[in-house]
Design a binder for this molecule. Structure first.
Ligand code: DAS
Length: 327
């Protein structure tokens, strides 16, 4: 009997998976996003056994140059692709430096139950032992699996399936760079064999109250990183430069110095929405100042994404506090 393959669209946005250098030993100084995704696929004829693929090069950037405007454009295009009847799932290739932010951004805004999988690489396409082609193969295998539906946006790197909300880049150059800390992976994928072991714990995609149609611009939200003796006046500088919100990467469970407290109070009086995350890698935060919103267990960089989107949708403190717990 003839098997019907799923129709999967690959949307490429650059990164190391499309990185090229003159030397096969150049693992660090290559040009990210130099190749088109067709060049990655050329190394992978077996991928066509998994799915009927369509490809689109949305952009070719190094993800350190990504920004909310680019993420908004990518999200709009992804929503368009996912709404087509002839597309069963979407795979997005991206740079790993800000992949966790893009993944969470999509997780909050895409309105679909179809699988959406992000992948990239730690070694450029031109290097010995590049992980890009096998990561792409595994990402397509995960996207082709009906079990991936309704799990929110997934991130596939180094044989591991992670939730967009929890995934974080936790190593600067090694292949096992991505993890989810104490939350653990959602599953594994080895040479295209997929095994899920968990569901994401928070609401995502169809279940969030954040809609792209409400969003034209994202208000600026900055991160202030606590360190002993840090100059608290920099918080006021952020506000003076136009920040609509500030995420404090606090100590421990969300603490900060008296000097920072004084500046935070001034920001709150000016109507700037302030949230507190933790610079620790696990656990949750509490609010040590009235009006300061605890980000639960979101990292500072993901708390910033949620705060930006909530502010863009015109949400107020009461909703944003709820979103930090639910999303
Ligand atoms: N600089 C990196 C980026 O594009 C390379 C990578 O890891 O993809 O994010």
């Amino acid at each position: 009997m003839m098997s019907i393959k799923p129709k999967i669209q690959i949307l490429a946005s650059g990164g190391t998976i499309a990185g090229l250098a003159d030397s096969k030993l150049d693992f660090l100084g290559y040009t990210a996003g130099a190749a088109r995704v067709e060049e990655v696929l050329a190394a992978l004829p077996e991928i066509n056994d998994l799915a009927d693929l369509q490809v689109e090069n949305f952009c070719q950037v190094a993800s350190e140059n990504a920004n909310p405007a680019l993420w908004l454009g990518l999200t709009k295009r992804a929503n368009e692709i996912l709404s087509a009847d002839n597309v069963d799932a979407l795979v997005i290739t991206a740079g790993t430096d800000t992949m966790e932010e893009l993944a969470y951004f999509l997780n909050l805004l895409l309105k679909t139950s179809k699988p959406v999988v992000l992948t990239g690489a730690m070694r450029p396409l031109s290097a010995y032992g590049t992980d890009g082609p096998v990561n792409l193969y595994n990402a397509v295998a995960v996207a082709a699996t009906p079990e991936s539906q309704r799990r929110g946006v997934l991130l596939v790197m180094n044989d591991t399936i992670l939730s967009a909300r929890q995934a974080t880049k936790q190593d600067s150059f090694r292949l096992h760079s991505f993890g989810s800390g104490e939350f653990g992976p959602l599953g594994y994928v080895v040479a295209g064999q997929v095994r899920f072991v968990a569901w994401p714990g928070q609401q995502h995609t169809l279940d969030t109250e954040l809609y792209l149609t409400d969003i034209d611009n994202l208000p600026p939200v900055e991160i202030f990183y606590m360190a002993a003796g840090v100059d608290a006046r920099l918080l006021t500088a952020m506000a003076d430069l136009g920040a609509a919100g500030v995420v404090l990467a606090g100590f421990g469970n969300g603490t900060f110095s008296d000097a920072v407290k004084e500046q935070l109070q001034k920001l709150l009086e000016r109507g700037i929405i302030c949230a507190v995350a933790s610079r620790t890698q696990s656990g949750f935060t509490v609010s040590h100042l009235p009006g300061l919103l605890p980000s639960a267990d979101l990292s500072p960089q993901k708390a910033r994404i949620l705060l930006m989107l909530a502010l863009a949708c015109g949400k107020k403190n009461i909703d944003i506090e709820r979103y930090f717990r639910l999303y």
